[in-house]
Design a protein. Structure first.
Length: 151
């Protein structure tokens, strides 16, 4: 047990990129809220949309691709159909061959996260998908505005 106060939940302003997502009836599980696997699809969607929109990934054409080596999700409040979701993204760390993307999932117009988590991508050659590859300078430059210092 600790006497430390609970850490404040992230807010929309803590993120740099947003994708609105409409929930579907099929997203709900038997408990009438979004199944945990759905949250990971929202994570994947916001990261992919950012990478495509920033021109860092062109599906089936890019020489460098990110493979997920680590994921995490913390659930704070349930979501489910018919909620509107906003998946928001920031970058916590740019390494030599990897990036830690942090995601916040927001319900309707709420300002604090309902769920938060991260993906760590290690970037590899698209053809072999084996050895990690250094991130090119242009890739790093496009990610830099997304970096948010750890709180």
């Amino acid at each position: 047990m600790t006497d430390r106060p609970p850490k404040a939940l992230p807010r929309r302003a803590d993120y740099r990129f947003a994708v609105p997502i409409t929930t579907r009836w099929a997203d709900n599980d038997v408990y009438a809220h979004a199944n945990n696997v759905v949250y990971y699809s929202w994570f994947d969607t916001v990261v992919a949309r950012f990478l495509i929109q920033a021109g860092l990934v062109v599906p089936r054409q890019t020489d460098l691709v990110g493979v997920v080596v680590e994921t995490c999700c913390r659930y704070h409040r349930p979501l489910g159909f018919p909620d509107d979701v906003t998946a928001m993204l920031r970058v916590a760390r740019i390494g030599t061959t990897s990036v830690r993307y942090e995601i916040g999932i927001f319900r309707n117009a709420e300002d604090t996260v309902s769920a938060e988590g991260h993906f760590v991508h290690v970037y590899v050659d698209a053809a072999t998908q084996s050895r990690p590859q250094p991130l090119p300078p242009a890739f790093r430059a496009a990610l830099q505005p997304m970096v948010v210092a750890a709180s």
